[in-house]
Design a protein around this ligand. Structure first.
Ligand code: ZN
Length: 124
């Protein structure tokens, strides 16, 4: 599917991504994967630290990476820690819930313009 464009603002529809949360395997709470999220529980030394590490943990495109911060006692400063979450995309699927608009606000703006231009719902 070629990337659809919003009928109001012309921007490309957002990519439909999954957020992958990365936790140490000592995490007390285990969450269930959903359509939007999946959860990895890894030994601390195997937590991803770079986008390349994230790519090895995904069979999709890795689009963004968020890092945790770690306190370094010697430097008395926070430093970039392991990846806390990243987003992955299948390379083909877009957020189409508001199609042909990119978001509900664009649908509303389009509807207002149409109304101002005289468009009306036909009533019997
Ligand atoms: Zn739009």
């Amino acid at each position: 599917m070629s990337r659809p464009l919003c009928a109001y603002c012309g921007k490309a529809l957002p990519k439909l991504t999954t957020t992958v949360w990365c936790y140490g395997d000592g995490a007390k709470i285990r969450q269930q994967d959903s359509n939007w999220s999946r959860y990895l529980y890894l030994p601390d030394e195997q937590l991803p630290r770079t986008i390349e590490d994230c790519r090895r943990l995904s069979n999709q495109q890795v689009l963004s990476v968020k890092y945790s911060s770690e306190y370094n006692r010697e430097a008395d400063a926070f430093e970039r820690g392991p990846v806390s979450r990243f987003t992955e995309w299948d390379g083909a699927t877009y957020w189409t819930a508001s199609q042909p608009f990119c978001k509900p606000e664009c649908a509303l703006a389009f509807a207002r313009l149409a109304h101002r231009a005289g468009m009306k719902i036909a009533r019997p």
